[in-house]
Design a protein around this ligand. Structure first.
Ligand SMILES: *[C@@H]1O[C@H](CO)[C@@H](O)[C@H](O)[C@H]1NC(C)=O
Ligand SMILES: *[C@@H]1O[C@H](CO)[C@@H](O)[C@H](O)[C@H]1NC(C)=O
Ligand SMILES: [Zn+2]
Ligand SMILES: [Zn+2]
Length: 600
């Protein structure tokens, strides 16, 4: 979790805002925008095919229509469908290939988030993939409508009968009865190698599910009767491979959920090969839990297709391998051993791509509002850099906030505007700024509150919150267990240089490393008009209010600046546009400064 307050909780506040179609700029659709940075030559690392092979997706968050401003991730969901088909046909052949997804399909992209309920159409597109095993993530459990949609459209879809597995989540039906969210487990035999597989799926201990679902902590689920029965029915002699795929991280030094799960499974199956598939923390990762147990995690946002394989799976020393495939056509065609695009596309792949295009148009996601002159990064530039997105927000965007309430401004000595860094989800890429960009940068619709505060107190909140313990810590990306060399080779394209338990060569494409900087929990924009004024307006996302109040009371208890205990009564609605709308207005204000033609 690289996000403040576990950013996933913010999704709870993601409501649909009707799109205002003002100021649409007249761009000529001529040719695809190409980022100059991505012209470098590609070098690939090949897949190592085993008797049992896996394709793994996770945390797609609605990014089924590719990354329009990022050449490196230019493939769509339809392309992935074609890739899997061609890979099977040309490369896997008489071996086995299983397709697995580990959830989080909403919140992050207009394709999923611009409909009511969110995911209405993107779910259909997602479900065109012929998964062998699939499940849900926490983002399917925040809002009731999402949960109902997921249960009826996907978990209960005849296409996925038996294949949709959830071992520790229950759905609550209209009549109040509780049923498993799909199957509790799946036992099956693979098509080509006759491997007997027992599969479970666990969601991490998620405590904010809406009233239509319940999550049983993994440790409790393993003590339940059904689990005892399954392990009795399918004993160690009936199982060649155990697959545990779920929405939980494969490296979890804090809660160690996967480690507890593994020791329990090892108790029942001391010598069986176990493969874990994880998600949620949005990283590329591969762990070795013992010499017959491994786990892969395959990134986020359709930037990565995870591949892993195992050979000699029934022998004493199985051979495993993994690759993180960049979600682009070059990689797909390379690994599927297809030379030209006409041999690559399948009928279903093309149909799905057509559907994505139609949906994007129906939802007006292609509407171009302006042009982003250069890329603004979350982690790859320091906060002090003008190319950092938080720097852009605090210096250029947040100052544009105007309260709905004229009385607020009249009597103020100035204001501070604070946001949590976790509310921003993605880099703002050079290129056209569309309706979709708004959803990708910040899928949440924040509301602003404010408190009148003495300047002296207001000025201390930031450092208080940024120094705060576990609930507010950010995971620094790249802070992995291993330390792989920083790759500086300018001839390589920028991208992931992953380090995992198997080493430094997991990425399918050789990349140049990017610097990563630690970003604080909160950032703020300060505008003090009158240093002598008694009070200023401290404006913040309503979402972080409990933390602001905690900071205020803690600071004031030590320093006695005011004779007052702060509570919700002190917090008032400030109003004004959301950050994503302020950002859009800022981009519009820049005008069309690009000489490039764009076609999206
Ligand atoms: C989206 O879903 C609605 C409701 O099922 C349907 O009427 C509409 O045609 C769909 N649009 C697209 C582009 O799939
Ligand atoms: C898309 O734009 C058209 C034309 O401006 C409008 O009629 C339609 O309601 C919009 N659709 C959505 C989903 O915003
Ligand atoms: Zn996620
Ligand atoms: Zn998640």
């Amino acid at each position: 979790m690289r996000h403040l307050l576990n950013i996933n909780h913010l999704a709870l506040y993601a409501l649909y805002i009707p799109t205002l179609l003002c100021a649409v700029l007249p761009f000529e659709p001529i040719q695809k925008f190409i980022s100059s940075e991505q012209q470098a030559v590609k070098k690939f690392r090949d897949l190592q095919i085993g008797e049992l092979n896996f394709i793994h997706t996770t945390d797609t968050h609605g990014w089924l229509g590719s990354h329009l401003n990022e050449e490196n991730y230019d493939a769509t969901w339809g392309d992935l469908i074609s890739f899997v088909d061609k890979l099977r046909q040309n490369v896997i052949k008489e071996n086995d290939l299983l397709l697995i997804d580990t959830g989080d399909k909403h919140d992050g992209n207009g394709l999923s988030d611009a409909t009511i309920p969110n995911g209405l159409n993107s779910t259909q597109i997602f479900n065109e993939m012929n998964y062998d095993l699939l499940t849900l993530g926490n983002h399917e459990l925040y809002v009731e409508d999402n949960t109902v949609l997921e249960f009826y459209e996907t978990a209960s879809n005849p296409k996925f009968k038996g294949k949709y597995v959830s071992s520790n989540v229950e759905f609550i039906k209209e009549d109040g009865s509780k049923v498993p969210f799909g199957s509790k487990y799946r036992y099956f035999t693979t098509k080509n190698k006759d491997l007997r597989i027992l599969a479970f799926s666990f969601l991490f201990n998620f405590e904010r599910a809406n009233q239509r679902a319940t999550v049983t902590p993994v440790a409790n689920a393993l003590k339940q009767e059904w689990f005892k029965e399954v392990t009795k029915t399918y004993s160690r002699d009936d199982v060649d491979v155990i697959i545990v795929f779920g929405h939980l991280p494969v490296s979890d030094p804090e809660n160690r959920e996967i480690n507890h799960l593994h020791s329990k499974l090892r108790h029942n199956y001391p010598n069986t090969f176990i493969h874990y598939f994880g998600g949620h923390t949005h990283i590329r990762d591969f762990v070795s839990l013992d010499n017959k147990a491994y786990g892969i995690q395959s990134g986020r946002f359709c930037e990565t297709v995870g591949f892993s394989s195992v050979d000699d799976v029934k022998k004493e020393s199985p051979v495993v391998s993994r690759r993180y495939i960049d979600f682009n056509l070059d990689s797909f065609m390379h690994h599927a051993k297809v030379k030209n695009i006409d041999d690559f596309d399948t009928e279903l792949g093309l149909t799905v791509n057509e559907h994505i295009k139609e949906l994007r148009e129906d939802l007006n996601l292609t509407t171009v509002f302006g042009y982003v002159p250069s890329t603004y990064y979350m982690y790859n530039k320091p906060l002090s850099s003008p190319h950092n997105i938080y720097n852009l927000l605090t210096t250029k965007v947040l100052p544009r906030l105007v309260s709905d309430r004229p009385d607020v401004i009249a009597e103020s000595g100035g204001r501070i505007i604070m946001i949590n860094s976790g509310s921003i989800r993605f880099d703002l890429h050079e290129g056209p700024f569309t309706t979709d960009t708004k959803y990708t940068i910040s899928p949440f619709s924040n509301t602003w509150n404010y408190i009148k505060l003495p300047l002296e107190l207001a000025m201390q909140i930031e450092s208080y919150l940024n120094g705060m313990g576990p609930i507010l810590t950010l995971n620094v990306p790249g802070e992995n267990r291993r330390h792989c060399p920083f790759v500086n080779d300018k001839s390589l394209p920028k991208g992931y240089t992953t380090s995992d338990d198997l080493g430094c060569e997991g990425d399918d494409t050789l990349h140049r490393s990017e610097h990563e900087y630690r970003i604080p929990n909160v950032v703020q924009s300060i505008d003090i008009i009158n240093e002598d004024a008694k009070t200023i307006d401290f404006v913040y996302y309503s979402f972080i209010q409990p933390y602001v109040l905690e900071a205020l009371n803690d600071l004031n208890e030590d320093q006695n600046i005011v004779d007052h205990e702060f509570s919700e009564q002190d917090c008032k609605i400030y109003g004004g546009a959301s950050t994503k709308d302020l950002l859009r207005e800022y981009i519009i204000s820049l005008g069309n400064k690009s000489g490039n033609s764009i076609n999206i």
